[in-house]
Write a protein that binds this ligand. Structure first.
Ligand code: ATP
Ligand code: MG
Length: 242
């Protein structure tokens, strides 16, 4: 199976403070990998490095076989078009309708000008996240769960090959969290996307993960299926699942 993300001995500090102290991770095409870890352990920093938003101090980080830190600006831009990032805060444009929020990346990132194609892509993606009726609404008229779905729609509309999810279900009730998690699973199947999912939500991990890694003090300390880690012999590993 094709390797999509390959990270070797990745290190990143801010000032004197080491955050990533030697991360190793290989993600294959079509896999859903979940990263669990305490607040401040470097989860968001890790996926920001994968998206090329932060550059590591040491180590290698290849996406689609390309060493990110060696890419020229236009090459990095082209690569970023293939990566969707669902930020920790949904980051919608509040002054634009749902439709215009979706059109924006299509025009800006993909430079699509065909209005019929734009409209059909908007409808397709809203149907995929169950928000077809909200196309003319303003983001402020959406509930928290709908905003998460909307953020997901905006991430998906450019048909990314890799999706980086930063806490996709945080702040949602249990039922809506499960709906979003199931949606992520459907998206993996429908678009054959490869995903790295950061979450504190154990049911989300259980639903979406093919593989789970636990980050602690700047390194991955455990790796396995959700079930394996949840039933680990190690009390500390098990404590992440409570
Ligand atoms: N641009 C930055 N400049 C300085 N420090 C940063 C920067 N980005 C992150 N950090 C620091 O790196 C550490 C890890 O941050 P990160 O956002 O990766 O945590 P996290 O694991 O995602 O936590 P949470 O679960 O709370 O979102 C934190 O101490 C944070 O303050
Ligand atoms: Mg974070």
């Amino acid at each position: 199976m094709e390797v999509v993300i390959e990270i070797k001995n990745l290190k990143k500090s801010f000032g004197d403070i080491g955050i990533l102290k030697g991360i190793n991770l290989t993600v294959k095409k079509g896999e859903n990998v979940v990263i669990l870890g305490k607040s401040g352990s470097g989860k968001s920093v890790t996926i920001k490095c994968i998206a090329g938003l932060l550059t590591q101090d040491e180590g290698s980080l290849k996406v689609f076989g390309e060493e990110i830190k060696d890419l020229k600006e236009d090459e990095l831009k082209a690569l970023r078009c293939r990566i969707g990032f669902l930020f920790q805060s949904a980051a919608l444009y509040d002054s634009m309708t749902v439709r215009d929020n979706l059109i924006f990346p299509l025009k800006r990132v993909l430079k699509i000008k065909d209005n019929a194609l734009i409209e059909s892509r908007c409808i397709e993606v809203l149907e995929a996240v169950g928000l077809a009726d909200a196309i003319d609404k303003m983001p402020s008229d959406l509930s928290g769960g709908m905003r998460k779905r909307m953020g997901l729609a905006r991430t998906l509309i450019v048909k990314p090959e890799i999706i980086l999810y930063d806490e996709p279900t945080t702040g949602l009730d249990t039922i809506t969290s499960k709906e979003i998690s199931n949606l992520m699973l459907q998206i993996q199947k429908k678009y054959q996307a490869t995903s790295v999912i950061i979450t504190h939500d154990i049911p989300c991990s259980s639903i979406t993960a093919d593989r789970v890694l636990i980050i602690d003090d700047g390194v991955f300390i455990a790796e396995g299926t959700h079930e394996e880690l949840e039933n680990s012999q190690d009390d500390y590993i098990r404590s992440f699942f409570k």
